[in-house]
Design a protein around this ligand. Structure first.
Ligand code: PMP
Length: 361
């Protein structure tokens, strides 16, 4: 089969080495004569998978000891509810930074539980989408926490500044940028991320929480969303998504073998610069995001002539460049270039784009 590069925003491409390993050990995992999907999550074999995955994630992200790592169901959207339920305490208000589609979705969910104090961080620089700098964010002293989304998967807009808000509890939805580069975990109260971009298959969510923030859940919080309960049961209050957990563990091992997050940052920077500089040097393609806020992970781009979108996608598919259609709310194209996407995939894309421009420009 010809090589395919999958630019899907999520569920996204996984490292082929990981898929091969999973394939090889699928029917007989660790000599048990059964797959990892078919064993008890409470048995010593699976407990070891869970513990190793946590340890490797801790190593990769240099997670301080006073943080707990939880693995949960429900995707990032479940966290849009879990965050206010677990962290509001007696407060009725929380700061929400609106930087794009996903931050806005978190706000809509939070409205069920509190009064979000919304700061619209979206702005324009020379007609391009941008985000106001953190020093200009207006926060309230009555808020229990401040929530933001550092990488807007649909808009292709990133906030790369590291938060520095003193004693405020900072919550970040890292779904589409976790593990793409090193970050300073100690600046955050809670980090959460759905797995299906940079961690593993859909179905599992990682939550990294500073331990003094546990124990504050509202009494009506469903137990399955209660961080204190999840922590007490080592993320096994109910049956966890064991296969997704196992596969995520393989991805963590793969990341370590590649050189960890410093190496991922180097590669991701290289891939993103290659694609953006190609787009910037062309009059045929356009990216609408201001340079300081361009995402390394999700690169939306438009063709000068939108009537060519359909043929672009059809020809790209034939060339083995899949899932480039932009999100329905934005249109155009989007190339998601997470950790598992090699530079060769991005180069194949720009070669195709150059060729397409020659033929249709
Ligand atoms: N936040 C961000 C930044 C996302 O990209 C997504 C999914 N694309 C979500 C939240 C929602 O994630 P899930 O589908 O896992 O609930």
């Amino acid at each position: 089969m010809a090589q395919v590069f999958n630019f899907s925003a999520g569920p996204a491409m996984l490292p082929v080495e990981v898929l091969r390993q999973a394939q090889q050990e699928l029917c007989d995992w660790q000599g048990l004569g059964t797959s990892v999907m078919e064993i008890s999550h409470r048995g010593k074999e699976f407990i070891q998978v869970a513990e190793t995955a946590e340890r490797d994630l801790r190593d990769l992200m240099k997670i301080p000891d006073n943080y707990k790592v939880l693995f949960s169901h429900g995707g990032a959207r479940a966290q849009f509810a879990a965050i206010p339920l677990n962290l509001l305490g007696d407060a009725t208000q929380a700061d929400y930074i609106d930087g794009g589609y996903w931050a806005h979705s978190a706000i809509q969910e939070a409205e069920k539980y509190c009064k979000p104090n919304v700061f619209d961080a979206k702005t324009q620089i020379d007609g391009l989408s941008a985000i106001k700098p953190m020093k200009d964010w207006v926060l309230s002293d009555k808020s229990a926490y401040v929530h933001f989304c550092p990488n807007e998967t649909i808009d292709g807009v990133a906030i790369d500044e590291q938060p520095d808000f003193g004693d405020r509890v900072v919550i970040a939805d890292l779904s589409s940028t976790i593990l793409s580069r090193p970050i300073d975990v100690s600046r955050y109260g809670v980090i959460y991320a759905g797995a299906q971009k940079n961690i593993g298959p859909a179905g599992i969510t990682v939550i990294i929480i500073r331990e003094d923030l546990l124990g504050k859940a509202r009494k009506e919080t469903p137990s399955i969303l209660d961080f204190t309960v999840l922590n007490k049961y080592d993320s096994m209050f109910n049956t966890p998504p064991t296969f997704a957990w196992y596969l995520s563990g393989l991805v963590f091992k793969w990341l370590k073998a590649q050189g960890g997050l410093t190496e991922m940052a180097r590669r991701n920077e290289e891939k993103a610069s290659h694609l953006y500089s190609f787009i910037d040097n062309s009059d045929f393609y356009r990216n609408g995001v201001a340079i300081p806020n361009r995402s390394w992970m999700n690169v939306p781009f438009q063709l000068g002539d939108g009537t060519l979108d359909k043929v672009f996608l059809e020809e790209a598919q034939v060339a083995g460049l899949h899932a480039l259609k932009g999100h329905r709310v934005l249109g155009g194209m989007r190339a998601s270039i997470y950790n598992a996407m090699p530079l060769a995939g991005v180069q194949a894309l720009t070669q195709f784009m150059a060729d397409f421009e020659r033929r249709h420009g």
